[in-house]
Design a protein around this ligand. Sequence first.
Ligand code: NAD
Length: 424
Amino acid sequence: MNKAAFNPWHMACQQLDNVAQRINLDPNVLCKLRHCKRALIVSIPIRMDDGNVQVFEGYRVQHNLERGPAKGGIRYHPAVTLDEVKALAMWMTWKCAVVGLPYGGAKGGVVCDPRHMSLSEIERMTRRFTSEISLIIGPEKDIPAPDVNTNAQVMSWMMDTYSMNVGFSAPGVVTGKPIEIGGSEGRLAATGRGLMIVVREALKHLHMNPRDCTVAIQGFGNVGSAAAECLHELGCRVVGVTDVSGGVFNSKGLDIPALLEHVRQSPHRLIRGFPGGDHVEDPKQANITLLEMDVDILAPCALEHQITSQNADRIHAKILAEGANGPTSPEADEILHRKGIFILPDILTNAGGVTVSYFEWVQDLQAHFWQLEDINQELERIMTRGFRDVLEIAEREQCPMRMAAYILAVSRVATAVKLRGIYP
Ligand code: NAD
């Protein structure tokens, strides 16, 4: 898939340029939005379990703060780069704007391979990283959350470290925390649930019945597993799933509750060894099989740059529901559009996570906590409104859903930039 040439920041800027041209965006606003407001690069020296010191590199990038404090996840992965974090921060700006949350976009990452680190090494790295970036994060400034290879435990260490540094408990500094320390009901499943809501609305629009639909999902982590569960509950048949350990396929439909239980019991939370389907053990081959399946709904929920000009022609799904950030290259986007595939773009489709993160932050600031029903009802309202707003633009402007989502998001951010003006 020509990984060497892929630069997510260039892709993000190209997407912005495309929409800027389409809406005749003021060039002065465009040149501001093509830059990140702040990027902090930190080195993180850690004493490893064997007594040696290893230095990791970490980043926190804030793309835009025009509509409110910055919001975005923290990624631990060997392939993290500053340009990837910048792209993810820009996409967060658009995502928050599409669903109308009062946030700007940010992202963070550490170049590391947590699969080869002990829990205590991960804890020390998290705490030092948090201390280093506490110059720019805070409940009123920039609020991190989980992303690839980070979870509620990592958020607990971040919250604790920040709180120790400021001298009081500051639960509002991160979201995606355990409920016991100020987390929110419904946050864990929020991104997957949001994806299901957007898919369900798309199915209604396309006059398709969920009970007749098959689904393939790439990635079975926070987003992919919750998406599988929610789509299964909606009545869809999930016929293929992949993760770093390979893929499992069953044309009659995978037993999703059993697969979820299998993954929960597995030491590294992998689908490998699940008895309810045919396995493809080579992850690369498994992904090729999965992405090219003749299914109704394809949901990439792993990493960016999975559907490119190299394989877009061989995508057969009717609906592409982007749980991951940036899974489709702009060239692939055009090919899929020509093929008539209905694309539910990442900045809308995976916005459920940041939406419930917003609810968590509001609850922390007010020290008043909501019931799960209230959370899910509000999530439902925001995601369906987001889908309808984007669909209305797509129909009015005769453009694909991604362009429509970008028109909505960039116009909202541009209005904020104009209202606030350029300082000084
Ligand atoms: P995660 O670490 O919980 O899960 C990632 C999953 O992808 C794992 O199952 C992993 O095995 C799998 N994976 C990794 N590389 C793969 C490959 N090459 N082929 C197939 N599977 C692979 O991460 P997550 O939080 O679920 O995030 C997944 C994607 O969703 C990322 O793009 C992230 O930015 C995006 N996202 C996450 C959230 C959130 O709330 N966590 C919100 C919005 C968007």
